[in-house]
Design a protein around this ligand. Sequence first.
Ligand code: G6P
Length: 468
Amino acid sequence: MSRLIVVSNRVPIPDEKGAAPAGGLAVALQSALAARGGLWLGWSGESRADDAIGPLKMLRDGNIDYALTDLTERDVEEYYQGFANRVLWPICHYRLDLAEYGRREMAGYFRVNRFFASRLLPLIADDDLIWVHDYHLIPLAAELRRQGVKNRIGFFLHIPWPAPDVFMAMPVHEEILSSLTAYDVLGFQTEHDRENFADCLARQGTGMRSGPGRFSVGDRTFTAKSYPIGIETEEFATLAQRAAETSLHKRMLQSLDGKGLIIGVDRLDYSKGITQRIDAFESFLKRNPDSQRNVTLLQITPKSRSEVPEYEAMQRAVAEQAGRVNGAVGTVDWVPIRYINRSLRRPALAGLYRMAKLALVTPLRDGMNLVAKEFVAAQNEIDPGVLLLSRFAGAAQELQEAVLVNPYDVEGTADAMARSLAMPVEERRDRWRAMMKTLRANDVFTWCDTFLHDLTTDQSERPTRWVD
Ligand code: G6P
């Protein structure tokens, strides 16, 4: 079996593993890689002055070798905070209004990708499989090819791929699209994302479709398919069962004092629809006065990308909004929203999911959303809670038995909360069983095996017709 090299910007640094790493990429990849073993190269999270970048920091944990690189302060500003998180992230989440395009940031993005390639190059052996992850590193394969790398290289995009009109508003969209053709396999979260990508190729007029999921551009032929990412379904279910024994679980139950727990868990990000969700919760409380004092919304929201201005503004907005709702609706002995900005350890999170009657997973746009999947896996099959899920999360393609909502429709979401809390236990069980079956059939190990199977197998055929 070839060695697997995974490359991603964010890496869960081994000695910090107790706390849940922020974001689905790190969680999912860690599970997949721990099972198979391999090398994981990424950013150490440290930024230094230009002349203070040292050699790679090498660590080993279980059967994963980590190779971590520092970046310069300028790199972090231009590549991570700049192009990746102020251009690609908003564009891929349909927020053209928030995209702040600048040539300096764009140049920094390509420069740092060249730097990642130079760090990886000495570590690559001839038959290694290389798997690059997410929007930070789109041009990495093109840089590696330029330096003579012939290995099979795959790319998985954890976030949505937008419709052509949105994508093409980005000034460097041609370079971004053409650099993807250096990969052998491109993976998207959903069929919808893959179709958007194929439509972009077609609009650019350079691609040929050479069979199901196969494309040719110039002299390159590659596979582009959807591989919906999963979770460690059985392991997470076990974690949730065991959590009932923990002291946090007991304290939480005691503090709820019989009130129903509603839970939301998201990085503090404008794509997550947190302000619309709080509006919907307030509307639900006002339209259902009987529910007042009987439920509590626990919103767990670790801060994220705080140096990026849009995130800084959002931190203030959500804190003010939660405070306003608590002030307007709360009473001396009832706080409607418990709002916390810390990330919890995974066993604690699993226990809270199991305790909750309802989870609110209502992003305005999301690649997949693994919170939705973990919530389902954590439920007690006798008395499962309800998943209220945005139609615009990739997870909604698979979890059709969730209560699906349009998060822009605040009153509709409020009504769905009321329906979910009143749902008879038989219906809750039927929906849960169907969703659990899906999660068991496509867990994170299947996702990893399916992608790597395609990456290992040479699927070349001759192109036959233009992309339509
Ligand atoms: C999303 C992205 C990941 C990213 C994570 C956390 O899940 O798909 O690539 O790592 O958010 O964001 P951060 O900027 O803290 O790495």
